[in-house]
Ligand binder design. Sequence first.
Ligand code: ADP
Ligand code: ZN
Ligand code: ZN
Length: 807
Amino acid sequence: MLPIPIEKTFTYAVTDEEASFLKKGMRVAVSFGKSKMYTGLVFNIHETAPTLYEAKEIHQILDEVPLVNDLQLKHWEWIASYYMCSLGDVFRASLPSAFLLESETIIYKNDTFKEESILEDDEYLIFEALQHQSQLTIHQVAKILGKKKVMPLVNELIKKTAIYIKEQIYEQYKPKLVKYVRLHAAYNSDTSLNMLLQELSRAKKQREAVLTFFQLSTTKKPIKAKDLELKAAVSPTILKSLVDKNILEFYEIQTDRINFEGDTNALKKLNEFQEIAVSEIKQNFKEKDVILLHGITSSGKTEVYTKLIQEVLDAEKQVLFLLPEIALTTQIITRLQVYFGEQISVFHSKYSMNERVEVWNNVLENKTKARIILGARSSVFLPFSNLGLIVVDEEHETSYKQFEPSPRYNARDAAIVLAKLHKAKILLGSATPSLESYFNAQQKKYGFVALNRRFGNVQLPKIELIDVKEKQRKKEMKGHFSDQLLKLIQEALDLKEQVILFQNRRGYSPVVECKTCGVSPQCPNCDVSLTFHKFKHELRCHYCSYQRAMPNSCSACGSNTLDTKGFGTEQIELELKDLFPDFKIGRMDLDTTRGKFGYQKIIGAFEAQEIDILVGTQMLSKGLDFENVSLVGILNADTMLNFPDFRAHERAYQMMVQVSGRSGRSKKQGNVAIQTYNPYHKILQQVATTNYLEMYKEQLQERWQYKYPPYYRLIKITLKHRDYNKVDTGVNWLFKALYSSFGELVLGPTAPAVSRIRNQYIKNIVIKIPPKQSLADTKNKVIKIRNTFEAVKEFRPIRFIMDVDAY
Ligand code: ADP
Ligand code: ZN
Ligand code: ZN
């Protein structure tokens, strides 16, 4: 199997001796094409010589033991066939790139590596060569050493961390740092303390802070800077000036795995509802392999998972815990680490190469420190040998679906298949299940367990809908805020509670328009208007990285009458700063979280209550748990409802209920205020009453009526090319061909809402597959048509993308 998008596997020749050593799942270096060298994977060992080509010899065996096991190979085959992609695509997506050296792979020296003494002679030669030349390809390494078989040597250099290979430089997962204060070394005896207090007799606030510090130190626990500020009722500047005077000093402690070394804590005692849920789940698992846990927000699903995880660990089996987005879920990671400490490994495609290689090997060897894998979607590819349980948290999340590049898989569905291969159980959890999972539960395909009480019996938040049209008419809007929302914010702030405001658009305003001629500045590469970002005074495209300075005048008519329309998070943040000048406003969207540890910084600051009001996009809907939030405001519900997609209403419901769920989680019932032009919209009514079942029934009815999932399946075909006419001709040809096979079940061709991205024109065709029609037959027919399409010379340059379950 080669890590390239080619349907077939290839046969290579091995000697008797090699054949007796080789096993399925080992890597071999092989040449392919004219002069290319790849890392291939042994998929099968057989004695049938190929008829169409002569088998080349393999170059070298790269592993002593298989790197990929049989269950994985079976899983890959399922993915390739279900999602209509090549095995090579799955192979490449599955393995950390460090495992896939090829002749063109570029290596670099690791400048922090200093243990040159551990390098063998040949290894040192290459390491030294990299002092003179900033990079080398594997091909050049072979030349320098005067031999062909160099991949194991390069692998060894990577293992010893002397070099790294070119890939995106990823951020490493860094634990969150918490700021603490202690007394400066100069002041540790009573005498100096008295002097100190005298010295500060005229700085009242500083004196207060020092006194409070001594009160707090009697507990002998480390003192958080934030706690001291709160207790002494002083601002951070006061502490800072005490530090400047060398009276106090700041230090940091990692609130992370480092802390948990060898140290685990007992699981929390479940309340009666959680207990019932756990026993129902266990009961259900006797008959069903998949269970949907529908637990409302803050019902304590995480604690239910931990109970089940513990039992699987006791049976010495592996656990996979899937999360939609690692960066946003550090809270859950920390919570699980408190219980399971060293047995947890976190896996994420954005981790550094070395970390990913390390986790891979630990899972492969079934090490105790990789008994529980917490990971985003790509962790379904790890070499598990002994899975007992998979948990898919927030199973409804779109981030489980990979849209680009191939394989375009849904990790939740791939995990269900993975569990089956391991004869393991799988639990899907959500407060707002996807329609298809709930449907499967209703059809008794999955088991079903509900958890309908918030932990601590706090009630679900009180949700009110605010009619913006009405408010505008009565002149009760200030900027984008209704008087009612402002009143609720003020009340929360007065009680020292925190507020979350949700606006699902970033930037200042999504459209700039000339008042004289009506023209909007467009992206030169995409078919979309540019978004205005006020802080940087820029226009940006949210589809490609294009940006330019905001012009002073209209480029079409020259008048200086450019105006902004619509609003994003940046505008809300600025308005809030005017409205609440004494409070700290934070913003969480793609623009503010881009930097190093951007998410953790903002989440951490909000947790530490350094931020009073947090404005953000859908990132805020992802399972965050803040105890002091008593109000969630949704500034404009309508954009979500008007999105042109068959799932728009389901998604809008999920997003709003999830965001609302951040309110009032710990002490008392929270509030939610939703501003809309459409207060009678049925989805908003369902959100306001958290009536999942009604939403489900209505949506399901529409799905049946309009032939959509979960009844009909969808395969989406996308064609892309720089030349509009080429795509257009291609798509029309394709449509005719598909139509003759599938008739009315083929929809299109259509241009998506943004019909050109990065200078590529885009056309879509959707094929609907009725409940009783064979999926395999349909796919075979589609593949035949694609092959014919690709055989037409003028269509060959067109990108042909197939996406199964493209939602
Ligand atoms: P969900 O994932 O269902 O939204 P969480 O698991 O985040 O809910 O739980 C909500 C809050 O309640 C968390 O702060 C959690 O620590 C707390 N909690 C849940 N169950 C328990 C328990 N059995 N004992 C103590 N605290 C709990
Ligand atoms: Zn103009
Ligand atoms: Zn663009």
